[in-house]
Design a protein around this ligand. Structure first.
Ligand SMILES: Cc1ncc(C[n+]2csc(CCOP(=O)(O)OP(=O)(O)O)c2C)c(N)n1
Ligand SMILES: [Mg+2]
Length: 346
């Protein structure tokens, strides 16, 4: 691993994980297993042609979403990327409505207009997944600026990938968020690849986290396969940002087990590399062991969770398949331009 830039940790503060009740920790594991099973089902449905358009599974990246988002309050804001289902489910969007959106059905979170890359639920604080690499961070920055202007105590988290970290606009957002001391957490979800490109082959400097320090931002690189480490880091920066310390940067090291999109034939990495991540760093396995050692999880409880999650995913598929597509006559609804389809001039 390359050099790490660590954020100063207040000496008198216990790790945030120690304050989380046991039943909540079990909920985190349930969320992580739900994300994995939802994504596995989504990939299979996509390959069978049930889901139109592409999807980008986040299998392997569950701890990033759950660890970050569990450190937030419900009214804190998240913006996501093209790889977004894990963020959406961790932010509390209903699996039925997310699955229906992937199917392009009227009952989906965006009425089937957006699909996988345009999940949004303003009531739940998800201000959109985003097909424009690095674009979501700008929306999170706008949300953080809005919070300051309106005097709202909310914090905004903008996710982007290692590919996004090589896009100029990301650093424009980071710069302004620093200068304006916005309550923004910029989170680079570094899964080592951008489509077929190995991040290390196109990324200068020691770490992505270190780049942020050049803008004067507190910045930290964290093991993104350890939900406890992600949560502890997230809690530190979210609390600090909420108290007015300004923007923060986290680089979370993670790995996607599947191709860039469902069905991609992966030719650009070795089986050994994949197996190493799957066997020795799997976030669900690691958290399962952690909870078992803590005496919080038994194999019977894990079995119950597995069965519950299987039911939730099966119900989501049934819900999506039974839902209707939007009526063609509504195709131009919510289009913010003169509506010439049905003759209205607004
Ligand atoms: C501005 C822009 N450029 C290029 C693309 C095509 N594209 C889609 S995903 C992607 C790779 C993104 O990699 P990364 O940011 O590491 O996210 P990951 O897919 O690994 O989650 C690219 C280049 C795009 N969607 N938007
Ligand atoms: Mg990537």
């Amino acid at each position: 691993m390359r050099n790490t830039v660590t954020l100063e940790k207040p000496g008198d503060r216990e790790d945030a994980i120690d304050r989380v009740p046991s039943d909540e920790l079990v909920d985190w594991l349930r969320d992580m297993i739900l994300i994995r099973r939802f994504e596995e089902a989504g990939e299979e449905l996509s390959l069978r042609g049930q889901i139109p358009g592409g999807i980008h599974p986040a299998i392997g990246q569950e701890a990033v979403a759950v660890g970050m988002i569990r450190a937030l309050r419900k009214d804190d804001i998240v913006t996501s990327t093209h790889r977004s289902h894990h963020h959406a489910l961790a932010k509390g969007l209903e699996p039925n409505l997310v699955m229906a959106e992937l199917y392009g059905k009227d009952s989906g979170v965006a009425k089937g207009r957006g699909g996988s890359m345009h999940l949004a639920d303003f009531d739940k604080g998800l201000w959109g997944s985003n097909g424009i690499v690095g674009g979501g961070l700008g929306i999170a920055m706008g949300s953080a600026l809005g919070a300051v202007q309106l005097g709202l105590p909310r914090v905004s988290v903008g996710f982007f990938g290692d590919g996004g970290a090589n896009v100029g606009r990301v650093w424009e957002f980071v710069n302004l968020a620093t200068v304006w001391k916005l309550p923004l957490i910029a989170v680079c979800e570094n899964n080592l690849y951008a489509v077929e490109t190995r991040s290390a082959s196109v990324t200068g400097g020691n770490t992505i986290a270190e780049r942020a320090t050049g803008f004067g931002l507190p910045s930290e690189q964290v093991d993104g396969q350890d939900v406890v480490a992600v949560f502890n880091a997230a809690d530190r920066v979210v609390s600090a940002a909420r108290e007015g310390s300004g923007a923060h940067f986290l680089e979370l090291l993670t790995y996607r087990y599947k191709g860039h999109n469902a069905g991609e034939v992966v030719t650009y990495r070795t089986e050994d590399e994949l197996n190493e991540w799957r066997t020795s760093k799997d976030p669900i396995e690691r958290f399962t062991s952690y909870l078992t050692q803590k005496g919080v999880l038994t194999s019977a409880l894990l079995n119950t969770i597995d069965n519950e999650v299987a039911r939730v995913v099966a119900d989501a598929i049934t819900f999506a398949e039974d839902s209707e597509c939007s009526a063609p006559s509504t195709a131009a609804d919510n289009v913010s331009a003169w509506n010439t389809v049905n003759g209205s001039t607004r």
